[in-house]
Design a protein around this ligand. Sequence first.
Ligand SMILES: Cc1ncc(COP(=O)(O)O)c(C=O)c1O
Length: 459
Amino acid sequence: MAGAGTSRVWHPNTQADEWGRFPEIVRGDGMYLVERGGRRLLDGVASMWCNVWGHSRPELVRAMHEQAKAVPHSPLFNLTHGPAEELAGRLVGMAPGMHRAFFSDDGSTAMEAAVKMAIQYWANGAEGGDGARRKKIACLEGGYHGDTFGAMSVGYVPEFFSRFRGSLFRAIRFPSPGGAGDGSAMEEEAAQRCLGAMEEGLAGDDAVAALVMESGAQAAGGVRIYPPGFQRRAARLCRESGALLVLDEVATGLGRLGSMAEYAAQGGPRPDIVAYGKMLTGGCLPMAATLANKRVHGAFGGRFADRNHLFHGHTYTGNPMAAAAACENLRLYGSEGLLGRVRRSSAILGGLLEGARWPGGAEVRHKGLLAGVELDAPGGGASLNRILFEEGRRRGVYLRALGSIVMLVPPLAIGEADLRRLVDGASGAARAAAAALSGKGAGARGGGPSRGGPRRRRA
Ligand SMILES: Cc1ncc(COP(=O)(O)O)c(C=O)c1O
């Protein structure tokens, strides 16, 4: 344990006073994190949704080690290097219609870069200068794109960001399409509401620079799986309006929902800009990428005096160790047939979620290896996250809740036995947490635990 008076670490998105001390991780062992003292925790959230192969996969360790011996960091300012060149080629090859890769450090920075690219595209006089007035960004309610100011402005989740509300730039917000991706009539109605507002908002406003949205699902904003056909129709509306389409695949691409480029699986017009992060280095080092098509990249050329080049960069942009890890990671995706494994694991996970005993009133939403179980848990007092974590830990599973949602987001290469352990541990911890939050010693709020009783689900 670490903390309580001696630690100087300020933990992210955490009320540390509620915790006092934090378990200290000293090493990883495959799908497990190992605490000082030896307790093993199955990594049920892929160390914040980024781990692919489990911890310390030898090929990734070797790639980082070899690169560290050659040069741990050299910049992309005035220079280039092999790992960044190879990775850009791999990413552009993987993402249909993309032409260039811009590197940054995290999902938030990838999205900051994406929004700046979209705004500067028009400011540079693209398309004959007709779009100089295109400065507004449109987005979806319930979307989440990171914690920096631009990302908060286009991914405003009130629960996370209300304290900053007055300092964000104004964005046009369309209703969330919501849903569990089950194609129900209710879901189609929500999708129609969103698409109707989008059609009106985009067609009627020639000052919109871009529509920014997550691809495939809204992840951190509530694990909302898009209804079938929604993204394709949204992309079409965007294309017809002339605004750029910016997709965020930080959480949902690179195999999380079962495809490398989720937009290719969704169909419809391709994005102009798309962002990746999280799983890019297999969960080893921070790195993200913002990819742009020829239409966008073409507006950034010319002479220096034109001042059309992208006004954005970070010290560690394209860090060679991270890029080497990412190249090796993507190589392994191919040689290990990872996407096929994810699709098989997704079916297994769907069955396990269905058969598990969740607290009464729980709603399960799932696609690929992204799952959220929304509890009918009361707010206020101790956080669900705090109680769930401790209950998960007692059962040997590292869990984290987002608001009232228990997240199950394992490493992509997880096997069946560990998936079973994850769902058993998470459902047991959820029942215990729901009981504790409702003030009851056993059972759960809303009629007690039920097997196979969640309201909606997605296999
Ligand atoms: C869709 C999406 N975009 C962006 C981000 C921000 O990524 P990061 O936390 O790496 O800055 C996240 C993080 O969860 C995300 O889910």
